[in-house]
Design a binder for this molecule. Structure first.
Ligand SMILES: C[S@@+](CC[C@H](N)C(=O)[O-])C[C@H]1O[C@@H](n2cnc3c(N)ncnc32)[C@H](O)[C@@H]1O
Length: 274
């Protein structure tokens, strides 16, 4: 089998860490997410996945996070039969393959051009109304390439913490202003995680840096008119934690009891518009 050589650095390299996490989960005896595309892709990539320093516990946590964001996306599509899904910073995530949807749903996977070029080689296009958009989400103007005719759910995983605060804030504002209504689904870290991240070996190896923390999930409500927080779930308390093997349950139990540590990673869900 011809393997695809990948030499990325910085934040784009981190998409290989989360891909590897989903592949490990998929190969485990009781997968949380069961992302078979991830398991299929990893052997096709020429890259030293040891750089991810990924243990089974962290992999299960990443799979739980992805599963929750999938569930929220599906829930939005149940009540919005004609909608746009804007999957930002998609990396090599096969969310568009995992979520079955009506032909009336438009799906757009967005990431940097160098990442989408790799994605094209490794992942088949899913069925339905699907396309990719090569852009930096912090650039002015990229959203003009996305039709504003439908309710839109923007889902982004493993992105917010790498953005500068002003860029993250502008991104949220642009999405809210562009579409008639919708939801924002994303993960974030808190200030404690921002301080700890420089000690994480895999992030150091990749040369990527956490820059933005959200300590109060209500704060973004003040950034754009009509933006309302619906959920803020600590990663350690996500549905499904109770079915992890005992080291995972113990770690989640301990994490949930230490103030500050509990909220180092959270999943946020906001709605806006009509
Ligand atoms: C940790 S990875 C997450 C990838 C994917 N969401 C996942 O969970 O596997 C971070 C991703 O953010 C993307 N990214 C970082 N900055 C970006 C930007 N300004 N615009 C678009 N994508 C960006 C990177 O290219 C990379 O794919």
């Amino acid at each position: 089998m011809d393997r695809e050589k990948i030499t990325l650095h910085g934040v784009p390299e981190t998409m290989l860490f989360t891909l590897y996490a989903r592949a490990l989960d998929s190969r485990s005896p009781a997968p949380v997410l069961g992302d078979t595309e991830a398991a299929r892709m990893v052997p096709r990539i020429d890259y030293d996945f040891e750089r991810a320093g990924m243990g089974r516990l962290t992999a299960a946590g990443i799979a739980l996070r992805a599963r929750q964001l999938d569930d929220w996306t599906r829930r939005f599509l149940l009540t919005h039969r004609e909608a746009t899904v804007l999957h930002l910073a998609c990396g090599l995530d096969s969310r568009a393959h995992r979520i079955t949807r009506l032909p009336t749903v438009r799906w757009i996977d967005v990431d940097l051009p160098e990442v989408l070029a790799i994605r094209e080689h490794l992942l088949p296009h899913p069925a339905g109304d699907y396309r990719t958009l090569a852009a930096s989400v912090t650039d002015e103007g990229w959203l003009e390439h996305v039709p504003a005719d439908r309710p839109t759910v923007a889902v982004f995983e493993g992105l917010s913490m790498y953005l500068r605060e002003e860029d993250g804030k502008r991104l949220l504002q642009r999405i809210v202003h562009r579409f008639p209504g919708g939801q924002l689904l994303f993960d974030c870290c808190n200030s404690l995680a921002l301080r700890v991240a420089p000690l994480v070996p895999s992030l150091r190896r990749a040369g990527s840096r956490f820059q933005w923390a959200i300590d109060d999930p209500r704060e973004p409500e003040g950034w754009a008119p009509g933006l309302r927080c619906l959920d803020a779930l600590p990663t350690a308390a996500l549905p499904g934690v109770e079915r992890l093997p005992w080291p995972g349950r113990l770690s989640a139990w301990l994490t949930a009891r230490v103030p500050g540590v509990r909220d180092m990673g959270r999943l946020l869900r906001y709605e806006f518009g009509g």
